[in-house]
Design a protein around this ligand. Structure first.
Ligand code: ZN
Length: 394
């Protein structure tokens, strides 16, 4: 049934760049799409009404399996009817596998064939994450798009290390697929729905993840083996993990055009606004990144002329908006001077307003990317966007 869980159609293309429609059980998502990250069931500093508003209009957000599994725990979320009901969000949700957070724990995890043992960053309790457990947790969360459990080799991994990691990722992809299919079947048979309305498992989509670090031959092999198993969509993992930027662009440029043309392509954890535009130009359809929200909380604004740090004293009496080219409600109403005052005073509104502007900038950039692909004007858009963003904040 995962064949029917999502539909994807490319409606326009220019070079490798594609505009398309991703149909999920919770609505249509126009691609290329940026997905705000809702780590612990919240896109930090943002109300769901704002995400749904015409101004942001986020069609899909992320939830983090690792964080939600540890707190509040699967039982709480399941008894509240799944993650959508729990957080009050009716649009699409993608959940990651929990793998990336576990790898980030470094020394406090133990990797085995069966899975990874790790200590919770909250209370030090020992947890065990396997492909099967990841699928079970994501089924209980009831997300619309589920990610396989993979192992992420470091960006500078040697050929040998990357191969070992790739092999494990391939075995875990099969195990993820197999447990996922059982859960979907069980969900469909039982008509398993949340107590309220929505289906939990029974209609989820599953994405595979391509690994292989910076080694082109391993990337191609990982892709072939992932496609052989068969998924609803394909992700490029293990980038933006410390490798040099040209390595990321080269890997995407080599890999994306080889990915199945009829399936969505998702570049995980990337990136800055210019990364998004450059990856779209290389054939990517979906992105997620914590940058707009995380940097928003530290007074960093993404603007059409590059990044602006409000800590800079030159903005102390600057009556201009964060970005004169931005039509968001923060830029329409507030000056840099006021935003700097809020930030330096430690007012919580500062993080809220910076986050809102940053999300508006990311989501509006993707809207313009889609429009330019549809009108055959993407090459010019890309050139002007990159030129402008490198010109520096005045
Ligand atoms: Zn703005």
């Amino acid at each position: 049934m995962s064949e029917r869980a999502i539909g994807f159609e490319v409606t326009a293309s220019e070079g490798e760049a594609r505009a398309g429609l991703l149909q999920t059980r919770r609505g249509v998502i126009e691609t290329p799409v940026f997905m705000p990250v809702g780590t612990a069931g919240t896109v930090k500093g943002t109300r769901f009404e704002a995400l749904e508003s015409e101004e942001l209009d986020a069609r899909v957000i992320l939830g983090n399996t690792y964080h939600l599994w540890l707190r509040p725990g699967v039982d709480v979320i399941r008894s509240c009817g799944g993650l959508h009901r729990f957080i009050g969000w009716e649009r699409a949700l993608l959940t990651d596998s929990g793998g990336f957070q576990v790898w980030s724990l470094g020394n406090i995890r133990k990797l085995k064939e069966e899975g990874a043992e790790f200590r919770s960053h909250l209370d030090g309790n020992v947890f065990f994450l396997s492909p099967e457990i990841s699928m079970e947790v994501q089924a209980a969360l009831g997300s619309d798009i589920v990610m396989v459990l993979d192992e992420c080799a470091p960006g500078e991994a040697s050929h040998g290390e990357a191969r070992t990691s790739l092999e494990l990722t391939a075995r875990w992809a099969r195990r993820s697929r197999s447990r996922f299919d059982e859960l979907q079947q069980e969900g469909a048979d039982l008509g398993k729905r949340s107590e309220h309305d929505g289906p939990l498992s029974g209609g989820q989509a599953l994405f595979g993840i391509v690994q292989g670090a910076a080694h082109a031959d391993l990337r191609r092999e990982s892709l072939a083996r992932t496609v052989e198993i068969g998924f609803d969509g394909y992700a490029i993992g293990g980038l933006s993990v410390g490798e040099a930027k040209p390595v990321m662009y080269d890997t995407v440029e080599m890999l994306a055009p080889l990915m199945p043309p009829g399936s969505p392509r998702y570049l995980m954890g990337v990136g800055t606004p210019e990364d998004l535009v450059e990856a779209v130009a290389r054939g990517v359809d979906m992105f997620d990144c914590v940058l707009p929200t995380r940097n928003g909380r530290t007074g960093q604004a993404y603007t059409s002329r590059g990044r602006l740090s409000i800590k800079n004293a030159r903005f102390a009496a600057d009556a201009r908006p964060l970005d004169e080219a931005c039509a968001c409600s923060v830029c329409r109403r507030h000056s840099r001077a006021y935003l700097r005052h809020l930030f330096t005073s430690g007012e919580m509104l500062a993080g809220v307003l910076f986050t809102h502007h940053n999300l508006a900038f990311f989501l509006d950039t993707m809207r313009r990317v889609r429009q330019s692909i549809r009108s055959g004007d993407f090459a010019r858009f890309r050139r002007e966007f990159i030129e402008r963003i490198n010109s520096g904040v005045e």
